[in-house]
Design a protein around this ligand. Structure first.
Ligand SMILES: [Zn+2]
Length: 446
């Protein structure tokens, strides 16, 4: 009876200790002694050479943590004089845990913090971390993300630092999240991608390290500055003018202007509410310079409605001539950006791609920062990329080796008998799909 308690038939239970939170088992291997020396291969020339107790952790039982002390036999070979420990079935060779606990930790470490996983089962955090790292390496090796035609490079503020997010623009999915956003990090990432010739366009922010990295690894790809990042600078100019006007107004008015700034930042065509239209009128009448800046902002956004690169370029030249001297300083960042990134900004009008997910991404990252306290960067990254079911998989494209179980097909008299094999399936992986990730977050399942 007692020997069934662990459900590890390769071990014989010698003793059980029990405390409020823990079980401690003392066991021996039940299988016969080794018949040959694993060092030199000589058969039947071994003798026992002491025992050593080694501790392995196992799945919790009856809400108690389980530790298994194995009295492990050591042998010595008369032929080569080498010593070795007996083989332990069901135990992981590297991490002092049972194989089934390792499987459990792998899944749990994607769901919970390392500390809480370690607490649940009694192992130290380092062990959880090591098992997690091995698992992520295994998942990476199995997951062959397809190199996209349109690559997106963006940045997010995640766990107190800027991180580089690599996306598939066409399929709106996250392919990877890099720890840093510097040139070397991006170069080393791009260099590892397969079929980089497939990349035609790269959508990005105006960030020199990204540009240098792309130019050095995939020089044939056209860089397109994401329109969101460009028009954002026009709104920022408007905000600077609003703030500059603060000293000319009463405290009450200043607060009101702060509350009403959304009407200034909206497109005129989107102001459907009559009250909002009045607000815009009042503020732009009261501060003529703000009114002028508002018009300039609107005109700048209009450039993006152009139907050809030629038209866009003309609209921009006109716009530039319309900026009055008094406002140049406020629009300086935008004008400089347009100068420094002219080719890449105007590429948009030939290749109108955009990281349309930006809003979703920001929402995702905000939530990640919130739920992510206590996680390491690697854990959050793996959570986003590898949590089961969040990878957008399109079938019938690529061969993949998978493990299958035939247990169900076997006769009833062998219910525990199963075997594994491999079959070929088709699949193609694009990355973690945004809409699925957002949905999971909203439902609290990520
Ligand atoms: Zn030997």
């Amino acid at each position: 009876m007692i020997n069934n308690m662990l459900n590890l038939k390769n071990f014989k239970i010698i003793d059980i200790r029990e405390s409020e939170d823990d079980y401690r088992f003392l066991v021996e291997v039940a299988s016969p002694p080794p018949s040959y020396c694993p060092k030199c291969g000589t058969v039947a020339n071994l003798y026992k050479h002491g025992k050593k107790q080694q501790l392995f952790f196992d799945l919790p039982m009856h809400a108690k943590r389980v530790g298994i002390f194995v009295k492990r036999q050591r042998y010595k070979c008369r032929e080569c004089n080498e010593t070795f420990f007996e083989y332990l079935p069901d135990m992981d060779a590297n991490r002092s845990v049972t194989n089934r606990l390792k499987d459990w930790i792998q899944e749990a470490s994607l769901e919970k913090t390392f500390t809480s996983v370690a607490d649940d089962i009694g192992v130290d955090e380092k062990t959880v971390l090591n098992i997690f790292n091995d698992y992520v390496a295994e998942l990476e090796a199995q997951t062959d993300f397809r190199t996209p035609k349109w690559l997106g490079i963006d940045e997010v503020h995640l766990l107190k630092n800027y991180r580089c997010v690599i996306t598939d623009v066409e399929n709106k999915s996250v392919i990877d999240i890099l720890r840093k956003r510097n040139k070397d990090t991006v170069i080393s990432y791009l260099s590892k991608l397969q079929d980089i010739d497939n990349i035609e366009l790269v959508a990005m922010d105006m960030w020199n390290p990204y540009k240098s990295a792309v130019n050095s690894v995939i020089p044939h790809a056209k860089i397109v500055i994401d329109k969101f990042h460009v028009v954002k600078l026009a709104n920022e100019a408007l905000e600077k003018i609003r703030k500059a006007n603060r000293q000319n107004v009463s405290t009450k008015e200043r607060r009101q202007l702060m509350r009403d700034r959304y009407v200034l930042l909206s497109r005129r065509k989107d102001l459907n509410n009559f009250d909002d239209q009045i607000k815009l009128q009042v503020w732009t009448d009261k501060f003529p310079l703000l009114g002028q800046a508002y018009e300039l902002k609107e005109q700048f956004f209009d450039i993006y409605e152009a139907e050809s690169i030629k038209e866009a370029y003309k609209l921009y030249q006109n716009w530039l001539l319309n900026v009055p001297k008094e406002l140049i300083a406020y629009f300086d960042d935008l004008i400089k950006a347009m100068n420094n990134w002219e080719e890449e900004v105007f590429n948009y009008f030939n290749y109108p791609i955009t990281n349309a997910y930006t809003e979703s991404l920001n929402r995702l990252i905000k939530t990640m920062n919130h739920v992510g306290r206590g996680y390491s960067f690697e854990a959050l990254r793996a959570k986003i990329l590898f949590t089961q079911g969040y990878r957008k998989v399109k079938k019938k494209k690529k061969f993949k080796e998978v493990e299958v179980t035939f247990g169900k097909m076997l006769p009833d008299q062998f219910p525990n008998w199963s075997q594994t094999g491999y079959e070929w399936v088709y699949e193609e992986i694009y990355g973690a799909d945004f809409s699925t990730l957002i949905k999971a977050i909203e439902e609290g399942t990520l």
